[in-house]
Every structure is written in C-alpha cells, then in structure tokens.
Ligand binder design. Structure first.
Ligand SMILES: *Cc1c(COP(=O)(O)O)cnc(C)c1O
Length: 374
C-alpha cells in the first residue's frame, strides 16, 4: 500500500511544468573537460575582450571584508552615479541584478497574466520570451525581414489595447542590426497609449554613435519608453550581474517598490561605480572591439561567409558549411562560438563575439584550417 505522501503529485503551475529554460552558451570548463584542452577561446557570450578592468579588480579586493553586510537597500549611491554618468535624473534609474532582472520587473509590473500581451520580433533576445512565458503572458512575435532589419508595420499591427510591452533590441542580438533612432521615435509615437516601449540597448556603447542610435538622451520626450543598459558587456562585469533601466519616474517608483531589496550585491555596487570611473579601460574596450570587428568582417568575407553588418561587439555570419559541423570542429580546437540553429532556426548562421586581437586570430586560423584554406 502506498502512503498518501508518495501518491501525492507535485503541484506546480502549468507554465512551470512545461518550462524550457534559458540556454546559456557552453562554459570554458565544460569544453576543456570534454575535449581535453588546456586553453579555450570563448567567443560565445559577447563578454568584454579585455577581461576585468584593473581598477574594478582593486575595488573588489578592497571591499572583500564588507561582504558580511547587506548593501544599502536600493543602492542609492550607485543609482546617483549612473544618473550622472548617463545624463539622467536619478529618479528615472532602476538598477537590477543584470538587466535580466529589470526585464522581469517590467513584465510583472505591467502585464496582467491571461489578459495582456507582449510584442517582439522573432527571433529576439530569449529572456523576453522566457520571462513572458513564466509570467503567463501571451507573447506575440513577427518575423524580422530577410536581411534581419525591422518590419515596424508588422510589429505595430500585433499591438492592441491589451499590449503591455513592446520589446526592441538595438543593436539587435544576434544580427547586430541597428536602426536609425528616428525609426524608434516614430514607433514610440505609433503605439497604443497604455503600451510601454522597452528599448534594450545592451550593446549601444559599441556603436560609437549614441546620437544616431540611442533613445537614452531622448527619454524626456518619450514617457512611454524605457531604455535598458547593462554592465555585462562594455563595462566587463557579466559575472557580477548589474544592469539598469531608465524610465519615467512614476514607473521607476513602482519597480523599486516591488524589487527584491538586495538583488544588486555590495561588490556589484562598488564594481559598477569603479567601472564608470575607469574611462581608460572603457575607451580601450571600444577601440579594441571596433578594430577586431573590422578584422573579422574582412577575414570572414574572404572565407566566403555572408557577413551581416554589425555595430555591436559580435558579428553574425552565414558560413559556407553547416553551422553545427563548424561549431563542433571549432570546439575540438578549443574555440566556442554561438551557433544559431537551435532557438533561432538558422542552420548556417553563427554569432561570433569580437575578442581581442589574439583570440580573433586564433578563431580565423582555425576556421581556415577547417575549410582547408591557407
Ligand atoms: C547580454 C544582453 C543583455 C544583458 O543582460 P544582463 O542580465 O545585464 O547580463 C540584455 N539584453 C540583451 C539583448 C543582451 O544580449
């Protein structure tokens, strides 16, 4: 006879039962173990080509003895510094445990499960889909154009009086496509009144031209727009988890009310402030990335790839051979790229992060070897 306890079925929400998690790129350790390699070049997750800023490292070390304390709730000093650095009002800034947390807060603050919907392009950054699904909110998507540019009319046609959020990523991931900011302003004016336009600018620094592309300096004119930024890429803090949203103060107030009190930890807070101080590291990151992007563009084209123009710190290309095969051949040589077959349905497309000069060269040389080109 079975006890009542063993017969009891575990009850979870249906959204949780069917949940397919965010699939992260392979880690360096996994590849070392699987292929018996000593060195691995990871160009899969758009991390900083220079590593961690020396100033950030020093500040983290100097705060090591403080980790027994809670951070000051809401990280006010960090929010103030972000506001000053990016030219925002402090009341507009909501910090989070990566911009992922701000995406989650926005969805939960704005979208009513079973009633509202969220609109985005397909493919889009998978956290929008993952978190919408978890929240039980309908996600409506319209395909990108064949050249990965944006079909604004199709996007707007998916919206209605129950659209809580429209997500747009610029520069886009994984294509690198970056529309003129005028197009985003025009979109903001066309959306239903209750709808928030979330512009994810995770890679904006790498465009080198925020006037032409960023909504951040224009926020005051667009109360229905929220801009997302992250410290994971151009500031080199992916492992510490720090991002923020810039939005109208009323919405920011609601997000701060519902956010967990200590989600930005004490080391992330201090590291974020140091990262904004280290302009040498930041500028060098942008220089190395722009140089490496030019190099990879040239070399990939010379190898017969279709290269999509990118303003970000990664490049999407279509290889002359099958993407899964290329991915596997590169892994054996200790190089990790992001294949776009799974999740994106693009069997020959790959995304490569712009690394430092050495990493880029190692990748191109391995690619030549795989293609039998000298
Ligand atoms: C990397 C990335 C982010 C940053 O996420 P964090 O949680 O801040 O690390 C946000 N949006 C897009 C599109 C990204 O590619």
């Amino acid at each position: 006879m079975t006890s009542p306890r063993s017969r009891a079925t575990l009850q979870v929400r249906p959204e949780v039962m069917d949940f397919s998690p965010y699939s992260a790129g392979l880690s360096i350790q996994e590849i070392k173990e699987r292929y018996g390699l000593d060195t691995v070049v990871k160009l899969a997750s758009n991390e900083n080509p220079l590593g961690t800023s020396p100033l950030v490292q020093q500040v983290i070390r100097s705060h090591a003895d403080h980790v027994f304390r809670y951070a000051q709730s809401g990280n006010p000093r960090l929010a103030q510094k972000i506001a000053a650095f990016f030219g925002l009002q402090t009341e507009c800034v909501v910090t989070g445990n990566g911009s992922d947390e701000v995406i989650d807060l926005l969805i939960r603050a704005k979208a009513r499960p079973g009633i509202d919907n969220i609109v985005a392009f397909n493919p889009c950054f998978s956290m929008y889909t993952v978190l919408a699904r978890l929240c039980g909110v309908e996600l409506r998507q319209t395909p990108l154009n064949d050249d990965f540019s944006f079909n604004w009319d199709a996007l707007v046609s998916l919206t209605d009086d129950n659209t809580a959020i429209v997500f747009v990523t610029t520069p886009d991931n994984p294509s690198g496509y970056t529309p003129p900011v005028e197009e985003i302003m025009a979109l903001a004016k066309r959306l239903p009144e209750q709808c928030l336009l979330v512009v994810d600018e995770a890679y904006m620094d790498f465009t080198g031209n925020r006037d032409a592309h960023s909504m951040m300096p224009r926020l005051a004119d667009f109360p229905n727009v929220c801009v997302l930024r992250t410290f994971s890429k151009s500031f080199g803090l992916a492992g510490l988890r720090l991002g923020f949203g810039a939005m109208q103060p009323e919405l920011a107030g609601y997000l701060k009310r519902i956010r967990p009190p200590f989600s930005v930890n004490i080391l992330a807070e201090h590291a974020g402030m140091a990262a904004m101080d280290d302009t040498v590291f930041f500028n060098e990151t942008l220089r190395v990335t722009a140089e490496g992007r030019d190099y990879l563009n040239r070399e990939l084209a010379a190898l017969g790839c279709t290269v999509y123009p990118s303003k970000a710190n990664f490049i999407m290309f279509e290889a002359p051979i099958d993407g899964a095969e290329l991915h596997e051949q590169l892994l054996r040589r200790g190089i990790i790229l992001r294949p776009l077959n799974k999740g994106y349905g693009l069997p020959r497309h790959m995304r490569v992060t712009v690394g430092n000069a050495h990493e880029n060269k190692v990748f191109i040389n391995a690619f030549k070897e795989i293609l039998n080109v000298r």
